[in-house]
Write a protein that binds this ligand. Structure first.
Ligand SMILES: [Zn+2]
Length: 338
């Protein structure tokens, strides 16, 4: 598995509450939930995600442990670290959405808890269907309060007080039946995670995105998921987040696209399963190589060549891409010269 990732804080004045890590067979993205109330915790959300993440990476080393168990154990380990100093029963105790992908014996396992987007492109009979796995239940909590907050421009006193009223209503629905589920202090939340797997031979590429990065497709509607994956793969995760930042700057108070903050922490982690290292272009950050994939295997070769041929067709057909074909060629050429 070849991976590349990028994370960027929504504001230079605030610590990034997203977190990611990648190894040759593991990808993890965390998105810490914004605090607007008391938390009962003296440590804070950046501390929470930066401890939960490494415990997940360590726990995932046991390939026999299901990802749900890995997450449950990591949540318990972080709780143990501050049970003596903090009130873990506080409704505002630090929490995070979790996305994990692990490659084990030719199988791509995944876990999604909360509103991390896992975007998977597979290959079946010459088609390249995309599945987007995300638990968006948080956005249907506190509906009346959310609608009120959406009426006001970001930065206004009305917006701030509406958000302060919204948060307790949202937290009241956290990790309770009928509400939404997220990693916090109680490992029981993992029962509500989406888990599943794909045979690696069917997976062409995938990406994990925090909701701040998924704005590219979901909030601003700038690209389809296929085109977003093309951009992430060939221009890099940082370019995709830069596109989000441009859109945010063009709608700073959320008039066209109502949202809680102008800019949110944003993370993109991309994984490709069928590239030969020398053919990797445009990838600069955190790349890792999994030597378990046998590139001489005829099935792997067939999937790869089909993928490359299909990508070539898509990127050179203006009807499919909606983009200037010459522009694509230039960008790809530029990448290849780097
Ligand atoms: Zn604490």
């Amino acid at each position: 598995m070849f991976t590349t990732g990028f994370t960027s804080p929504g504001s230079p004045a605030k610590a990034n509450e997203d977190w990611f890590a990648t190894t040759p067979d593991l990808a993890v993205v965390l998105d810490g939930a914004t605090v607007r109330t008391t938390t009962g915790c003296q440590h804070g959300v950046p501390w929470y995600v930066s401890h939960l993440g490494p415990y997940l990476v360590a726990g995932a080393l046991d390939k026999d442990a299901p990802l749900r168990n890995v997450l449950a154990q990591a949540i318990q380990q972080v709780s143990n670290l501050h049970a003596d100093t903090c009130d873990l029963n506080d409704p505002g105790t630090p929490s995070a959405a979790v996305g994990m992908v692990r490659l084990v014996d030719g199988v791509v396992q995944y876990l999604v808890l909360g509103d991390i987007s896992l975007v998977v492109e597979t290959e079946k009979d010459g088609e390249y269907p995309i599945e987007v796995l995300r638990d968006d239940r948080v956005s249907s909590t506190a509906a009346a309060e959310r609608a009120e907050a959406d009426r006001h421009p970001i930065g206004s006193a009305e917006k701030d007080s509406a958000l302060l009223l919204m948060k307790p209503a949202e937290l009241a629905a956290r990790n309770v039946e009928g509400g939404y589920f997220i990693a916090a202090a109680d490992p029981a939340a993992v029962e509500h995670a989406y888990v599943g797997s794909f045979p690696v031979r069917e997976v062409v590429r995938l990406a994990l995105l925090s909701d701040g990065a998924a704005r590219l497709v979901e909030t601003f509607g700038l690209l389809s998921w296929t085109r977003a994956l093309n951009m992430i793969e060939f221009e890099g995760p940082a370019a995709a987040i830069a596109r989000v930042r441009d859109a945010e700057a063009g709608d700073p108070v959320g008039e066209a696209h109502p949202r809680n903050k102008t800019s949110d922490d944003a993370t993109v982690l991309f994984a490709d399963f069928h590239k030969v290292p020398s053919r990797v272009v445009g990838l600069r950050v955190g790349r890792a190589v999994n030597f378990d994939v046998d590139f001489d295997d005829p099935e792997v070769k067939a999937v790869r060549s089909k993928t490359l041929a299909d990508f070539h067709t898509q990127t050179h057909d203006p009807d499919l891409t909606g983009e200037d074909v010459g522009g694509w060629r230039r960008r790809r050429d530029t990448n290849q010269q780097v």
